[in-house]
Design a protein around this ligand. Structure first.
Ligand SMILES: Cc1cc2nc3c(=O)[nH]c(=O)nc-3n(C[C@H](O)[C@H](O)[C@H](O)COP(=O)(O)OP(=O)(O)OC[C@H]3O[C@@H](n4cnc5c(N)ncnc54)[C@H](O)[C@@H]3O)c2cc1C
Length: 609
């Protein structure tokens, strides 16, 4: 009764103050959507009906739903929690926090895909430090990577940061290394790389030029820039297949250029990569992050409100994580704002009703399934329908446990030009060279090497039975690359297929990719494929750093817009990658001026349209 009286008194006070706050409501600057709806209803705006949630006192922290617990979702959750919000993080996977490692039917650990951490991942490094983790205990040292073809070892990429190579202005060091490494590629083919270097100076000239490059396939661009077929087939194609998971003829030329620049050409050390030193990314980084965030209490609650809030959150923690929660719909209210979510969990339908804002941190496949059930959102945000129509790429992950140790030149390896790949890209990682072997065998006694293989763009391998995929590796691919694999006997294996699981940067897809901010003011997007506009970050492509940054930026966008209320405007720091080197900046400036002069004659970048 007391609290009803207090609410009534609060409502009367509010009504008397309505004239003063009307301006604030209309400018959307200070109040959360929930508060705006409440006040809107008091002011007689019949289209803003108060929901049951509005009966809670107004000093309750804003509640944000984050859909998808990949790097994007966790980045958004972290930034929102540190900005004093209450967050519900939902993911279709059963264990978004990495508490229960995935085990094969024979009890051995398995991770979907082996993911590297490149030199320029400053926000992931900062996250690891902020969790009090020792970087050297989380990551291996930077490692070499080798390229194998049916002819055997093609090349081994050096670790520039750990070598005695002097740091030369980019791309001199990398080009010199490529020249000496890819000995089988004739010099006449290697010099055609210059065309690619020029395109890299040109493609970011302005937004219009970028979109022209985006509409062209990387294959077409390589022809127009004069790259030799041999150079493309032996070096550029396998690099793109394992970097963007598609061959040049199916990739946006702009995103292919972004990838090559970010991972290989920006700095001599750009290609240096390291791996998780023990167990999985989920166990090594996400679990400590989830634990740290899970300890954050609900902020700024008065005594009377904390009881109500803790009912919903289980003990007053600001973060609630719902694993095994597949979101089926995002509900948009008559006021045009996201008001709730529908999801299914353990075969039952459930709903989240009291949200002030939402972050969609999904890939194309996830977005498609959510948009399919969200008819009002589909009307309100056509850009999300376009994004949901984009395709994804199939991936197959395999783990092999062998009876003998196989010695390879480097722990990270790329398959290149094997017909048996059926158009897929392939990598194999010698986990026993990267991680303590006692943690790779589950309850079994360690025997020999443990090999993790991933196939990208693997549509033509998907119909094969698991045994045939294992046979392909054991009988053909691995022994052709490293003959010592012929002597090893398979002890155990596990295959997982992920249809449409990865972002496909197809030609012309840039405009259709989801924007950070959508037409619905309390709905933002995160994920590696999100276009960040003015907040665009230097980390590019299929990239954990990019996904994390997109999540931080999605949360920052909500804070900036005032959607979270005037008390929640703190933005999370986003660390830029290393600056472009002076010769690149100068080259771009000269090219820009030249193209500006040629533009009136219709001769600026005539190879793109
Ligand atoms: C095999 C492989 C190798 C890779 N190698 C590297 C590498 O070496 N280095 C690197 O930096 N990057 C690598 N990547 C890319 C990197 O992993 C991604 O760019 C990054 O993880 C994307 O994060 P995200 O948050 O955007 O999306 P995701 O991690 O895909 O997260 C989306 C989440 O949404 C959930 N979801 C989907 N639908 C729903 C729904 N309806 N309801 C609720 N939840 C839903 C999914 O379960 C998923 O957890 C690799 C990727 C793969 C597949």
């Amino acid at each position: 009764q007391d609290s009803s009286m207090m609410r009534l008194a609060a409502a009367l006070l509010l009504m008397s103050a309505i004239d003063t706050v009307a301006l604030v409501v209309s400018s959307n600057k200070v109040l959360t959507p929930r508060m705006q709806s409440y006040l809107g209803a008091c002011m007689g705006e019949s289209h803003r009906l108060p929901s049951p949630r509005m009966q809670l006192p107004l000093d309750t922290p804003p509640h944000v739903a984050v859909v998808g617990a990949g790097w994007g979702g966790w980045g958004a959750a972290k930034a929102l929690l540190e900005n004093g919000c209450r967050v519900t993080l939902l993911d279709a996977l059963p264990d978004p926090c990495g508490e229960a490692p995935y085990l094969t039917p024979t009890g051995k650990p398995f991770e979907a895909g082996t993911r590297g951490f490149w030199k320029d991942y400053p926000n992931i490094e900062a996250l690891v430090c902020s969790l009090g983790l020792n970087e050297d205990e989380v990551f291996t040292p930077f490692t070499n990577s080798s390229f194998y073809s049916p002819d055997g070892l093609e090349a081994t990429a050096p670790v520039f940061s750990a070598s005695s190579y002097p740091e030369l202005p980019s791309p001199l060091g990398q080009v010199a290394a490529t020249f000496s490494l890819f000995e089988r590629i004739p010099v006449a083919d290697r010099v055609t790389m210059l065309g690619l270097l020029y395109a890299i100076l040109d493609f970011t000239r302005d937004e219009e030029t970028f979109e022209k490059y985006d509409r062209m396939t990387a294959h077409e661009l390589f022809i127009r820039m004069g790259l030799s077929k041999r150079l493309v087939d032996d070096f550029v194609r396998p690099t793109l297949l394992v970097g963007l998971f598609k061959p040049p003829e199916e990739l946006s030329a702009a995103v292919a250029m972004e990838l090559l620049y970010f991972y290989a050409l920006a700095h001599q050390t750009s290609f240096d990569v390291r791996w998780i030193k023990d167990r999985t990314i989920a166990q090594a980084i996400i679990l400590p992050l989830a634990s740290a965030l899970g300890e954050l209490p609900l902020p700024q609650l008065s005594d009377s409100t904390s009881a109500a809030a803790s009912e919903g959150t289980g003990g007053g923690a600001a973060l609630r994580v719902l694993g095994g929660a597949r979101v089926t719909a995002v509900r948009v209210g008559v006021d045009g704002l996201v008001s709730g979510l529908d999801y299914s969990t353990k075969g039952e339908a459930a709903a989240l009703d009291d949200i002030d804002a939402c972050v969609l941190a999904l890939g194309a496949k996830g977005l498609k399934s959510v948009m399919g059930g969200s008819s009002r959102l589909a009307r309100a945000a056509p850009e999300l329908c376009r994004a949901a129509a984009l395709g994804g790429i199939d991936v197959v992950s395999v783990r092999l446990w062998l009876d003998k140790k196989v010695v390879t030149r480097s722990p990270a390896n790329v398959f290149s030009r094997f017909d048996e790949l059926r158009g897929a890209g392939g990598t194999f990682f010698m986990l026993d060279q990267l991680q303590p072997e006692e943690n790779l065998w589950g309850q079994d006694e360690p025997q020999g090497s443990v090999v993790a293989c991933d196939f990208y763009n693997s549509g033509a391998l998907m119909p094969l039975p698991d045994e045939a995929v294992v046979e392909l590796l054991m009988e053909k691919l691995l022994p052709s690359a490293v003959p010592a694999f012929s002597d090893a006997v398979l002890v155990d294996s596990f295959v997982q297929k992920y249809p449409g699981a990865v972002t496909w940067f197809s030609p012309g897809s840039f405009r259709s990719r989801p924007p950070l901010e959508t037409s619905v003011s309390n709905l933002v997007c995160a994920g590696d494929w999100v276009r960040m506009g003015e907040r665009e970050h230097g980390a590019k492509g299929l990239c954990q750093e990019r996904a994390l940054v997109s999540g931080l930026e999605a949360a920052n966008a909500l804070a900036r817009k005032g959607v979270l209320g005037g008390a929640h405007t703190t933005e999370h720091e986003v660390i830029p990658i290393r600056s472009d080197e002076p010769q690149v900046v100068a080259g771009r400036n000269i090219n820009r001026r030249l193209m500006q002069a040629l533009s009136p004659l219709g001769l600026a970048s005539p190879w793109v349209r």
